[in-house]
Design a protein around this ligand. Sequence first.
Ligand code: ADP
Ligand code: MG
Length: 263
Amino acid sequence: MTHIAPKVELRNIDLRYFTFDGETEALSDFSLAVLPGEFVAIVGQSGCGKSTLLSLIAGILEPTDGDVLVNGAQVEGPSPLCGYMLQQDHLFEWRTILDNVLLGAEIQGLDPGAAATRAESLLRGYGLGDFLSHFPHQLSGGMRQRAALARTLCTDPEILLLDEPFSALDFQTRLALSDEVAEILRREGKTVILVTHDISEAVSMADRVIVMTKRPGQVKAVHDISFKDSGNGRPRPFEARSQQEFQQYFDRIWGELDIHVGN
Ligand code: ADP
Ligand code: MG
């Protein structure tokens, strides 16, 4: 069997936050390897260290102990290899949609002409071709999140870090958008790490679901997600939700998360 080198690797990570009131251990001995082109979802309760994990991979935080590697090299700060997408779209209200999408390319000093061509083609592809000169407040929540995705993809990162990117949207928009986004990222061959507290989202979108313990976050369980072949390989997320296996994965992960109502 040939060995495929991981795209992202976390080895025995410990992360402590030091504050005036003392210290918080957010992650403890957390290890994970993500292969190129893999779509991994990480689920865990609020406060278990999910956003902390993404910040480590993005090079925004340094581990207290352990190693973070991207493409086999130690992460030593933010790099254009990783694109980050958050719950809030963080679009600048005073910039047009096109200029918002061009922001990362500007910061990275990429060729403006080539970046504009790519930005426009991404926006057209996401159904926003008529909104290039509009301002964010003129768009719906789902359209804004699509613009945010275009901005993240405009610099062509190899790795996408998604931090609960759909959780501020209403249910229907969330379903439609997660379906679209999963398709886009698969088509582009991106390596994706999605963190979410939404089990359905994780199971319907990802190749593999990592369940985290409560804080300090550790890996509690790992599930390889597969659905009976519906003819053309993996079902789209929307379709996956109605498959028999979906409910089984959901129930098992629900049990592992150990959520008690009222606590
Ligand atoms: P999640 O994204 O799973 O909700 P986080 O990674 O944001 O969890 O946080 C994990 C834990 O670390 C929480 O208890 C949180 O309060 C704490 N924490 C997060 N960021 C900081 C910080 N900058 N300083 C101190 N504690 C923090
Ligand atoms: Mg978070």
